[in-house]
Design a protein around this ligand. Structure first.
Ligand code: NAD
Length: 360
């Protein structure tokens, strides 16, 4: 991760986060650990949690053994356990947040806590900041996902191949000659659909935005309504950034033995409608007629190793730069959500170009 390595040296020299208490919610896996080392070098203390089903317990233990950081996260965490971990971090008293899905930010607003600034990593968190948290956040939040760099490099190029990798690792099944239904053709969904198609799958796309649905048709996908696509699909992958996409009515339309998976930040498959499952393997459970992959959480993290190292180097460089800018001069920023500063996007794009072997 050459971008983070350079930032770590700068952080150690400048100590931009000296004295800060950073509350952090991010998938606890090895690449996140590299970002944590950068932030610790900047002088802050950290309390870290992750998301349901995506925590690597070995990484959590390794990070927890470092000075300056406490980790409250376990792979076994479900939604209720995750909510409790968020409360523990808020009790710890952070004054800066690095969030993923806006749970920490929402808790801070509800409790009226004295946080000075935050970053938000993903689309689902950005959506919450624009909807339920609109006009309610009394401190600046730099939305990493609103960076055109992050949306292109991570969401479109990164997520697709790693979700397909998660499908293959979880099932050991063919992608070619298999019919997939991808629900959502946004930045991530188009990457998933394109990666599946490149591997020989038949891809049905369900997308409620007519312009994006037309884009899918021009990309060679078969565009369908959800109710028409479900009975045709061997595998359904949700990636809309909403919840409850697959509920009881949709489950009833699926083929016997259909496989269900999710790549969105919050599970988009209704757990109550699915009911309790029987374990088939670590990554597959049977729920009546259908089978669920990766506990219905992000398949590229539950069944594979998350997005690629270079992709996360870029995304986490945006995080480290943005936190440093927020700490250096908070008056540059207004309250509420806002994009990554253009100078940060430009610096990170230059650094990644310089690091890519294609340009050497
Ligand atoms: N797995 C990962 O590694 C990873 C990485 C980045 C983002 N994400 C998450 O993936 C999700 C999608 O992110 P994105 O950047 O692609 O979002 P996006 O907003 O660009 O795209 C979502 C698309 O889904 C469509 N949509 C919404 N509800 C729908 C419905 N009920 N039926 C059909 N279409 C619907 C929208 O019109 C939109 O085009 C978010 O939850 C995001 O946080 C996951």
């Amino acid at each position: 991760m050459p971008l983070l390595a350079a930032l770590r040296a700068e952080y150690a020299a400048e100590r931009p986060l000296a004295g800060r208490r950073l509350g952090m919610c991010l998938h606890v896996e090895p690449k996140t650990a590299v970002l944590v080392e950068v932030l610790l070098a900047g002088g802050c203390e950290i309390a870290l949690t992750g998301s349901p089903a995506t925590t690597d317990d070995g990484t959590a233990a390794a990070l927890d053994s470092l000075e300056g950081i406490t980790v409250w996260a376990a792979n076994a965490d479900d939604g209720a356990a995750h909510a409790a971990q968020i409360e523990r971090i808020l009790d710890w008293g952070p004054d800066v947040l690095l969030d993923n899905g806006a749970d920490l930010i929402a808790g801070t607003v509800t409790r009226g806590l004295a946080v000075t600034a935050a970053t938000e990593e993903t689309t689902s968190g950005a959506n919450r900041l624009k909807a339920e948290l609109s006009e309610r956040v009394p401190f600046p939040v730099v939305v990493i996902d609103d960076s055109p760099l992050k949306r292109l490099i991570e969401n479109t190029y990164g997520v697709g191949p790693t979700v397909v990798e998660g499908f293959m690792r979880a099932t050991n099944l063919l992608v070619a000659a298999t019919t997939f239904c991808v629900v959502g053709y946004g930045a991530c969904g188009r990457g998933v659909a394109r990666a599946l198609r490149a591997d020989g799958a038949t891809v049905l796309v369900v997308e409620r935005d007519p312009v994006r649905a037309l884009e899918a048709a021009f990309d060679g996908m078969r565009v369908r309504e959800l109710q028409a696509a479900l009975p045709e699909a061997d595998v359904v992958i949700t990636v809309t950034g909403t919840t409850g996409v697959i509920g009881a009515a949709e489950l009833a339309l699926l083929r016997d033995d259909a496989l269900l998976a999710n790549a969105g930040h919050f599970s988009e498959i209704d757990a109550t409608a699915l009911g309790r499952g029987e374990r088939v393997t670590d990554q597959v459970s049977r729920h009546g007629r259908v089978r669920l992959l990766g506990r219905g959480e992000m398949l590229n993290l539950t069944a594979a190793t998350g997005n690629q190292i270079q992709v996360m180097d870029l995304g986490f460089a945006l995080q480290a730069h943005s936190l440093r800018e927020l700490a250096r001069d908070p008056s540059r920023f207004s309250d509420g959500p806002q994009p990554v500063p253009t100078n940060v996007d430009d610096a990170v794009a230059h650094a990644m170009l310089a690091a890519l072997s294609a340009t050497r």
